[in-house]
Design a protein around this ligand. Structure first.
Ligand SMILES: C[S@@+](CC[C@H](N)C(=O)[O-])C[C@H]1O[C@@H](n2cnc3c(N)ncnc32)[C@H](O)[C@@H]1O
Length: 315
């Protein structure tokens, strides 16, 4: 079974690690995972491109060729270069050892050109060969050229909006698949809906504020997205439980966003009507979740500034 590697950004590392694992397991629940600091190795039927396309915090990814015992690749490994016209070698040094990276990359490149017809190209090569050094073990890996995906456009913003990265990660952490539907009962500017649709997931948004519903609609329209937006109180979601597979939402904090009532009270009511068997990701101000009858399977804290730490609850 193919093994993939993912070098993750160190901001929100715990979320970043869980996100790639969750994506892999969404498509293949028997995926096996090894975590070496901010490098995650996943053995799965789900290939690295499929995971990378959805993941938020992946900096570099590709397929593992094999564990590195010496600095040389064998003939079998040159197969990946068979149809390539151009390649480049890159060192990923996650160890505390010091290397002369450019010298090592050049030496690898020179060696490979002796065995392969492919030529070194530093810009946009067909194949990138990676040497990955960690404290524990080292690997050879490769990746092919991939089309960069266009991000959804957001023409209307608002101070209380949640950044797209955390929103996208929340959708991935609950493991929704293409063709399923997510509901955001506090949809604001539509960030959840935009991220969901960009991954092929349908979305329904509710917001009690007409102005926010209009902003969401404009943001969806400009992308040609078709999510449903309903001007309604969050409590209306109990009437549409059979229409979605999961909830991803960011509740009012009582600062920038308008709230129909005291935000802690509102959260209490919201949690009390949550459907039992749906996948749920809730973002709220740290502390709001205390005293609630809600047992998350995972909880993350994200420090924003001295008066705001956010909590993500996953169920
Ligand atoms: C923190 S904002 C959501 C931001 C959103 N994630 C985004 O990225 O734009 C909370 C939203 O909840 C809405 N809201 C407040 N009380 C509500 C209620 N009782 N029912 C539905 N929506 C409500 C507000 O209008 C606001 O747009």
């Amino acid at each position: 079974m193919p093994e993939s590697f993912f070098v993750l950004s160190k901001d929100n590392l715990e979320i970043a690690i869980d996100e790639v694992i969750s994506i892999a397991k969404t498509y293949d629940r028997f995926s096996k995972v090894k975590i070496l600091s901010n490098l995650v190795i996943i053995q799965s039927k789900t290939n690295w491109e499929q995971i990378t396309k959805r993941a938020t915090f992946v900096k570099i990814s590709g397929q593992i060729l094999r564990k590195m015992s010496g600095l040389f690749l064998d003939d079998e490994n040159f197969e990946v270069l068979k149809n390539a016209k151009t390649f480049v070698c890159r060192i990923i040094n996650l160890s505390s050892n010091q290397f002369n990276i450019s010298e090592l990359e050049k030496a690898m490149g020179d060696m490979i050109t002796k065995f392969s017809k492919a030529q070194v190209s530093l810009e946009n090569p067909d194949i990138t060969i990676y040497l990955i050094f960690t404290e524990q073990e080292n690997f050879f890996g490769f990746s092919k050229k991939v089309e960069t995906q266009n991000r959804p456009k957001k023409i209307k913003k608002y101070p209380h909006e949640l950044d797209w990265k955390l929103t996208r990660a929340m959708i991935n952490l609950i493991g929704l698949k293409e063709g399923e539907t997510v509901c955001d009962p506090f949809c604001g500017t539509g960030t959840t809906l935009l991220e969901a649709e960009s991954m092929g997931i349908h979305a329904i948004g509710l917001d009690f504020d007409e102005k926010m519903c209009n902003i969401s609609k404009e943001n969806l329209d400009v992308n040609g997205y078709k999510s449903k937006i309903i001007k309604a109180d969050f409590s209306q979601l109990i009437k549409m439980i059979d229409k979605f597979d999961g909830i991803v939402t960011d509740l009012p904090y009582g600062t920038a966003s308008k709230s129909s009532e005291n935000p802690e009270e509102l959260m209490k009511k919201f949690v009390s009507i949550l459907p039992k068997r749906k996948k749920i990701a809730i973002m709220c101000k740290k502390g709001f979740e205390k005293k609630l009858k809600f047992n998350p399977i995972k909880k993350y804290e994200i420090y924003r500034h001295k008066s705001l730490t956010r909590t993500i609850l996953i169920k």
